[in-house]
Design a protein around this ligand. Structure first.
Ligand code: GLN
Length: 243
């Protein structure tokens, strides 16, 4: 897998997400190699099955947005088109969309998701959050285990376009904009979400779903692991969110 800008887009324990993917693959004997692509570096669309873009502050997002457009946009689209998983968390989610408007300034995103983010007046949307995920009919094997719990902290409000599907429905917390009741966005294997804190250690079923998607297999084909501690982490995140 390839982490994009791991030195700049890594607030809120994004490294934990990478470690979860690495360990869960290693425990199952699935080959896993972590590469990275930073500012000014090229991106090979065929070299990875999963691309990760984490959270960042507005200042760092500006730098990355410019570089994404100039150096990585086409490669990311090519990767998504061939079914690679592209996961953007918080600031990374915003940059996978069409644009991020801060006052009179508009930062262009890579346009993999039909969403627009606006930094409106008003407080940051902060707190524990839980959402009910609808991954689609192809993932019925996951029924009963479809809740994601985490933490959100964003000033931007994200609005879904007509082509966008939300990742889930807000059970507790703010979600995309604090009003719509939607959280995140999904198109094919491209996923954006505001949940971090971090996302995957608290929701390992979702890590497995991503691994399965990246390998083009059904999640039920993955060797089961002893998830006693991971389930505790999930339940504790749910308790924090009050669900
Ligand atoms: N800078 C963005 C915002 O405040 C994203 C923040 C983040 O990644 N936590 O909306």
């Amino acid at each position: 897998m390839c982490a994009l800008y791991p030195d700049l887009m890594n607030i809120y324990a994004d490294r934990g997400n990478l470690i979860v993917l690495q360990r869960r693959c290693a425990w199952r004997g699935i080959g896993f190699e972590l590469t990275s692509s930073g500012l000014g570096e090229p991106l090979d669309p065929n070299a990875s099955d999963l691309f990760y873009l984490g959270g960042g502050q507005d200042r760092d997002q500006r730098l990355c947005a410019k570089d994404l457009i100039e150096n990585k946009r086409e490669a990311l689209h090519a990767a998504a088109d061939r079914g690679a998983v592209v996961l953007g968390v918080c600031g990374g989610y915003q940059l996978l969309g069409d644009s991020y408007a801060l006052g009179s300034e508009e930062i262009a995103g890579v346009g993999l998701l039909d969403v627009r983010t606006v930094r409106e007046e008003g407080p940051r949307l902060i707190g524990n959050v839980a959402i009910e995920v609808s991954l689609g009919d192809e993932d019925l094997a996951l029924s009963g285990e479809r809740m994601l719990a985490g933490f959100e902290n964003h000033g931007g409000r994200t609005h879904l376009g007509t082509d966008a599907r939300p990742l889930g429905r807000v059970l507790k917390g703010h979600g995309n904009d604090g009003r719509s009741g939607f959280e995140g966005a999904k198109r094919g294997n491209t996923i954006g979400t505001y949940l971090h804190g971090p996302l995957l250690p608290k929701n390992v079923w979702f890590a497995d779903w991503l691994i399965a998607r990246a390998l083009h297999i059904d999640p039920s084909e993955l060797t089961p692991l002893d998830d006693t501690l991971e389930r505790e982490a999930h339940l504790s995140a749910r308790r924090a969110a009050g669900v």
